[in-house]
Design a binder for this molecule. Structure first.
Ligand SMILES: Nc1ncnc2c1ncn2[C@@H]1O[C@H](COP(=O)(O)OP(=O)(O)OP(=O)(O)O)[C@@H](O)[C@H]1O
Length: 293
């Protein structure tokens, strides 16, 4: 058994927050038999079946070209799927009958506006919705506090480290208070120490924001540390090989990385990834061994 200690790496100076909301049984997003064929004929994703439940932290893990980014973009509505269904069972619908997806998207590069302050970079999505700055000063400041950057509100991106820029990018994605945060290899370009610190920061932010996260990564270690569910994909064609539940409770700290439980999970994911790379069994035979609540 592992010991659970308080998360000393919390990024915010705000008062202690409520425990993380339990994973809902009702899916926020439901993918059924989803294929994506690009115009050049590439079958990027084949028969993807996935329920993304409210308050989950799911990682999509797999080798290059297995369709992780394509899956994320389809969930975001950035590009149509070719076959199957993507439903938002609890969403409201717009006048044209399309689900109102309440999402934030974080990319590998922070892509901040270099001429604008940290505050204005985070304000951007609200500005694009024509919400006056004066009305959302508290909201932007609260979001900056959530990522531990309130003191840098008036700084410019050039004054920040790589990790701080990424936290601004996360704040910008969260300022609209999305239900679903989609993250496409957000820490891949960062050094190992910064990445490890940001893993802790992200878990704290996730807990404070009380949202659902779908996180794309190549890293077994990162996926086990962060997630309560890991979906493993294989390439050519991109398809789901299986999934693993990581039921270690949150908050998780660096101590978790040293436990036999963590190592066992990493080994199980590694074995599944091995299958993904060198010959895959049908998803059903593996997924059934690793049920989730
Ligand atoms: N716009 C596109 N047009 C044609 N093929 C594409 C397009 N985007 C991606 N692909 C192909 O679809 C497959 C899946 O690509 P995708 O980027 O989703 O994979 P990935 O798992 O995110 O890869 P990586 O880890 O390298 O980012 C790949 O074979 C890729 O070459």
């Amino acid at each position: 058994m592992i010991s659970v200690v308080p998360n000393v790496a919390a990024v915010s100076t705000a008062a202690p927050h409520a425990p993380h909301a339990p994973v809902s049984t009702k899916p926020l997003v439901r993918l059924r038999g989803v294929d994506k064929v690009y115009a050049n004929g590439t079958l990027a994703v084949q028969n993807l079946n996935l329920d993304i439940r409210a308050n989950e932290f799911i990682s999509l893990l797999g080798p290059s070209g297995c369709g992780k980014s394509t899956a994320l973009r389809m969930i975001a509505g950035l590009g149509e799927h070719s076959r199957g269904e993507i439903d938002w069972p609890t969403a409201r619908y717009d006048a044209r009958g399309r689900p109102i997806r309440e999402i934030g998207f974080v990319f590998q590069e922070p892509t901040l506006m270099p001429w604008a302050t940290v505050f204005d970079n985070v304000y951007l999505p609200l500005m694009l919705k024509d919400i006056p700055r004066a009305e959302v000063v508290d909201r932007v400041n609260n979001t900056l506090d959530m990522v531990g950057l309130l003191a840098f509100a008036n700084s410019h991106p050039r004054e920040l480290s790589g990790g701080m820029k990424m936290r601004v990018s996360i704040a910008r994605a969260l300022v609209t208070q999305p239900k679903l945060l989609l993250m496409d290899e957000p820490f891949a370009a960062l050094d190992e120490i910064t990445r490890s610190k940001l893993n802790n920061d992200l878990l704290d932010i996730w807990q404070r924001a009380q949202c659902t996260v779908v996180f794309v990564t190549h890293s077994i270690y990162e996926s086990v540390y962060l997630s309560n569910r890991i979906v493993v994909l294989a390439a050519r064609p991109g398809r789901m090989i299986g999934e693993l539940a990581v039921d270690t409770p949150y908050p998780r700290t660096n101590d978790f990385r040293l436990t036999p439980e963590y190592i066992a999970h990493c080994r199980a994911v590694s074995d599944m990834l091995d299958l993904a790379m060198h010959g895959a069994a049908p998803a059903s035979t593996l997924a059934s061994e690793h049920s989730h609540g």
